[in-house]
Design a protein around this ligand. Structure first.
Ligand SMILES: Cc1cc2nc3c(=O)[nH]c(=O)nc-3n(C[C@H](O)[C@H](O)[C@H](O)COP(=O)(O)OP(=O)(O)OC[C@H]3O[C@@H](n4cnc5c(N)ncnc54)[C@H](O)[C@@H]3O)c2cc1C
Length: 327
């Protein structure tokens, strides 16, 4: 008989939890309360996993943290550890905050434990003792509700779908996971793990994104976006049109076939606002659009629109941000 407990994977890097994971732990605690269960987290890594580091997830609502010694950043070892914890503990749901690693682990776990899985989830609720996940479909024009059957349901959220809620709960109990790595889990090793910078910056965690589209005119036009992003302490994003044209790297592409982001501020420069781009950035708290065409679709969902030539507007904006920061 499964419990009503929720197990959340908490990703960390250089001694800090990923904010997307903290949102997932907070959401896991809320959902577990609605199910009448408790929220557990699982943390994978090496010597860096001190008792205090693991127990700190109690402040976000986890009552227990399962500590697994295995390479962090690779999917299969985490699948091994999570499968063991769930098999022993009978958790009813596993929750991931999203991101590429979360997708890979969640999919692997679903296959391993024959569980139901929903990806790109934007909201979850407890109803009648079970979870119901909401997932946007058809280019985000409709929401499908997914009900789970069976003993284990896996919820993989869209990046940053959940609010971080630091409730200040008691330190979580820390329990080491006694598990074995599958033979195939040791076939891949981590060669290098590092934070991406410059054009390769990790856009999913940035509070401010300056996105450039075909209106930049040429690859060199991205310098304007980079200068503004640097002034804000943010990162640069791009449309598929410019990525396909080779003006910027694919890792910066936002949209249906790129990444979904939800920064505090999204500045769209020279971007028309096609639906395939919109689905990846419409969750941003504030959208500012700069476009010389007053009829561009992006103005229909921007919070603030500037009709003008980005080559004039962006440098002025950069100078203004720098001046404000210097005060
Ligand atoms: C299956 C599929 C999947 C797709 N997936 C994605 C995706 O993931 N992400 C994505 O972005 N797109 C995606 N697309 C492509 C999408 O449909 C659009 O073609 C693309 O988003 C347009 O990019 P853009 O806004 O840079 O270019 P454009 O649509 O060409 O817009 C350029 C804009 O710049 C403005 N402009 C020009 N010069 C200036 C200037 N000097 N100052 C200010 N404004 C100026 C113009 O008025 C125009 O509005 C997908 C398409 C398909 C069919």
């Amino acid at each position: 008989m499964p419990s009503s407990d929720v197990l959340v994977y908490a990703l960390h890097y250089e001694g800090a939890y990923n904010k997307n994971s903290l949102g997932a732990v907070s959401e896991g605690a809320r959902l577990a309360a609605g199910l009448g269960g408790t929220c557990h987290a699982i943390v994978v890594g090496g010597d860096d996993l001190t008792d205090d580091f693991c127990a700190a997830l109690g402040a976000y609502g986890a009552t227990k943290v399962h500590r697994a010694v295995a390479p962090e950043g690779l999917a299969q070892p985490v699948v091994d550890a999570m499968a063991k914890v769930i098999s022993d503990g009978g958790h009813a749901y596993a929750l991931f905050g999203g991101g590429l690693l979360g997708f890979e682990i969640g999919a692997g776990l679903a296959a391993r434990l024959d569980a139901g899985v929903t990806m790109e989830v934007t909201a979850v609720r407890a109803e009648g003792g079970r979870l119901v996940a909401e997932r946007p479909i058809l280019g985000d024009s409709a929401i499908s509700e997914v009900h789970y059957e069976g003993d284990l349901g896996i919820v993989i959220a869209r990046l940053n779908a959940f609010e971080i809620d630091e409730t200040g709960g008691a330190p979580a109990a820390v329990q080491d996971v006694d598990f074995e790595l599958s033979p195939w889990s040791t076939k891949a090793t981590m060669v290098l793990r590092g934070e991406q910078r410059g054009e390769q910056v990790n856009i999913e965690d940035a509070d401010v994104l300056v996105a450039g589209g075909r209106g930049l005119g040429k690859a060199e036009g991205f310098a304007l976006c980079e200068e503004l992003a640097e002034a804000f302490g943010g990162a640069v994003a791009a449309t598929r049109a410019v990525v396909d044209a080779g003006w910027y790297s694919y890792s910066a592409q936002i949209g249906q076939t790129g990444k979904s982001v939800a920064p505090k501020l999204y500045i769209a420069a020279g971007i028309s606002g096609a639906i395939q781009h919109k689905v990846g950035m419409q969750g941003s708290e504030n959208i500012v659009a700069i476009n010389k065409d007053a009829n561009a679709p992006i103005f229909e969902f921007a919070d603030l629109g500037v009709v003008g030539d980005l080559h004039k507007v962006l440098p002025k904006l950069t100078a203004a941000v720098k001046a404000r920061k210097a005060q």
